[in-house]
Design a protein around this ligand. Structure first.
Ligand SMILES: C[S@@+](CC[C@H](N)C(=O)[O-])C[C@H]1O[C@@H](n2cnc3c(N)ncnc32)[C@H](O)[C@@H]1O
Length: 460
C-alpha cells in the first residue's frame, strides 16, 4: 500500500485532521499551544505529504507539546488504525497538533469522584474514548477505579476499536468495549456523546433518549459537537429530552466546537413516538395533513426554502414523468409533487431511517402509495432510474466530497436532459454552485427571491 493511502481511508471524524482549515478556526494563536520549556513551534500547516510520511513513523514526529493548554492536557500521541484489517498500517495521531479543538473541548470535561462508570458514544474507531482514557491516566490517582466503555454496534467497529485499544495499551487505562445488549438501564454515571450528523437528526434524538435511559439519576451527558454539524439543533433536542433547566453549555468557541452538559433530573423518558406532531400544509393549491417528528428537518411544517423551491419549479413538476425527492425528510417535496402532478411516478429517498418511516406513513395516509415510493439511502431495492426531474433541499452541512458523490449517483439515475432544482441558503451558494458545476457541468440561478436562499437549476 502506498504511503498515505491509509490516510485517505480514515473514518469521517478523523478525516477532519487533514481537511481542517486552521485559518478558519477561532482557536487561540499557535503560540499558546507551545510548551514553556520546549520551544517547539507547532507547524499546523505542515505539508500534507510530509505529514503523511511522518505519521506512519512515530519516531519522525516532533515531540507533542501541550503544557499551556492546561494541566489536564493530553501530552501524548495515539496510534490509530483506520481499518480493522491486519494489513493496514498504523497512523500516529499527534493530538495537540492535529486535533487541538477536540482535545481542548474534552479537557473541559470534569468527572466527579463518584462518577466511575462512563460510556463513550462516538463513531471514530475509538478515538474519543482513547483521548478521555488517556487524560485520565494523567489525572491519577482519581482514575484507578474509573472505567470507560466505548459503545460498539457492529462487528467491524468492534474489531477496529479493539485493535486501537490494543495499540495504545501502554498509554491508556481502563477502556473497554461494550455492546448494546450488555448495557442495562440506569447503570452509567456519565456518557460522553459525539453525535454524527450523517446518521440524521431523528436517529440522534433517539440516541439521546436511549442515553437518558441508561444514565443513573443525577448522571450527566456531555455532548461534544461542532457548529458546522448542527450544534444548535442538537442542543434543542437535548433540551427536549433532558429538560431545558438541566442543560449547561460548558465550552463554546474552540474553532466551532461546543461542549454541552445535561443532567438527568427526572425519570421521564419521552417515547420517540410521542414526539410526533401533525401539521397542515397548503401549497400550490393543495392542502394536506402530515405527521412530522422531532429531530426531522422543519418539523413545524413546510420550510420556506422548500416552499419557494416547489413554487418556482411548478411547471417542471406538472410536466415531469418521474420525479425524485432527494433527502425527503417527512416528505414535503415528494408528496406535494405527487399531489400537483397526479400521473407522475415519484421516488423519495433519505439517509435517516426515522425520516423514511415518517414519509412512508404520510404517503400511505394520503393514499398515494401506488405511485410514490420512499427508500432509505443504500436500500438495494431502491433501483431508481429514468428520472426526469430531481428536486432537493439538500443537507447543507455535508462535506463537499460527500455531496459530489450524492449528486453524481443522482445524475446516474437521470434521463438525458433531465432537470435538477435545489434550494440552498445563500451562505452556501458558492459551495453548491461548485458542486453542481462539478457534477452537471453548469449551474444557473433559477430564482433568488431575497437575501436568504437561492434556487439553482442544472440539466444532465
Ligand atoms: C434540509 S433537509 C430537507 C428535508 C425535506 N426535503 C424538506 O424540504 O423539508 C435534508 C434531508 O436530507 C437528508 N440527507 C442527508 N444526507 C443524505 C444522503 N446522503 N442521502 C439522502 N438523504 C440525505 C437528511 O436526513 C434530511 O432529511
Amino acid at each position: 500500500m502506498p504511503a498515505g493511502e491509509s490516510i485517505s481511508k480514515q473514518p469521517r471524524r478523523w478525516s477532519f485532521n487533514e481537511d481542517t482549515d486552521y485559518e478558519a478556526l477561532d482557536l487561540p494563536k499557535e503560540s499558546s499551544y507551545q510548551g514553556e520549556e520546549e520551544n517547539e513551534v507547532l507547524d499546523v500547516k505542515m505539508r500534507q505529504e510530509d505529514m503523511q510520511n511522518k505519521r506512519l513513523d512515530p519516531d519522525l514526529l516532533p515531540k507533542a507539546v501541550s503544557k499551556k493548554l492546561s494541566k489536564y492536557s493530553l501530552n501524548k500521541r495515539l496510534v490509530l488504525y483506520v481499518s480493522p484489517n491486519k494489513e493496514s498500517r498504523r497512523v500516529v495521531i499527534n493530538l495537540d497538533k492535529e486535533l487541538p479543538a477536540v482535545v481542548y473541548a474534552t479537557e473541559s470535561i470534569r468527572f466527579e469522584k463518584d462518577q466511575k462508570k462512563i460510556l463513550v458514544v462516538s463513531d471514530d474507531g475509538g478515538g474519543l474514548g482513547l483521548i478521555l482514557a488517556g487524560m485520565e491516566v494523567d489525572n491519577s490517582p482519581v482514575s484507578k477505579d474509573r472505567n470507560f466503555y466505548y459503545f460498539i454496534d457492529d462487528s467491524n467497529t468492534e474489531k477496529l476499536v479493539d485493535r486501537n485499544i490494543y495499540a495504545n495499551e501502554d498509554t491508556i487505562l481502563n477502556l473497554d468495549l461494550i455492546k448494546r445488549k450488555e448495557i442495562v438501564p440506569e447503570s452509567f454515571d456519565a456518557v460522553v456523546f459525539q453525535p454524527e450528523s450523517y446518521v440524521g437528526k431523528a436517529t440522534i434524538l433517539e440516541q439521546m433518549v436511549q442515553i437518558k435511559k441508561i444514565l443513573k439519576m443525577g448522571g450527566v451527558i456531555y455532548m461534544l459537537t461542532h457548529k458546522k454539524s448542527g450544534a444548535g439543533s442538537y442542543q434543542r433536542m437535548l433540551e427536549e429530552v433532558f429538560g431545558a433547566d438541566n442543560l449547561q453549555p460548558v465550552k463554546v468557541g474552540m474553532g466551532g466546537y461546543r461542549l454541552i452538559k445535561a443532567s438527568k433530573e427526572d425519570q421521564e423518558i419521552p417515547e420517540v413516538a410521542d414526539l410526533h406532531t401533525t401539521v397542515d400544509v397548503s401549497i400550490l393549491g393543495k392542502t394536506f395533513s402530515v405527521e412530522t417528528l422531532s429531530g426531522l428537518f422543519s418539523k413545524e411544517g413546510l420550510d420556506n426554502g422548500t416552499r419557494t423551491l416547489l413554487e418556482s419549479a411548478k411547471d417542471s413538476i406538472k410536466s415531469a414523468k418521474h420525479i425524485l425527492d432527494l433527502g425527503c425528510g417527512w416528505g414535503a417535496i415528494g408528496i406535494t409533487s405527487a399531489l400537483v402532478n397526479p400521473v407522475a411516478k415519484v421516488d423519495m429517498i433519505d439517509i435517516d431511517h426515522r425520516a423514511v418511516e415518517t414519509a412512508r406513513k404520510n404517503v400511505s395516509k394520503l393514499g398515494i402509495n401506488e405511485r410514490v415510493t420512499v427508500y432509505q439511502t443504500g436500500d438495494p431495492r431502491g433501483n431508481i432510474r429514468d428520472v426526469d426531474l430531481v428536486l432537493s433541499n439538500p443537507p447543507l452541512h455535508e462535506k463537499d466530497n460527500l455531496l459530489v458523490e450524492l449528486f453524481t449517483s443522482t445524475r446516474s439515475v437521470m434521463l438525458k436532459n433531465g432537470e435538477v432544482f435545489i434550494v440552498v441558503e445563500n451562505a452556501y451558494l458558492g459551495k453548491f454552485k461548485r458542486i453542481l458545476k462539478t457534477v452537471f457541468g453548469s449551474a444557473t440561478i433559477h430564482f433568488k427571491p431575497g437575501n436568504s436562499f437561492t434556487i439553482f437549476r442544472s440539466r444532465k
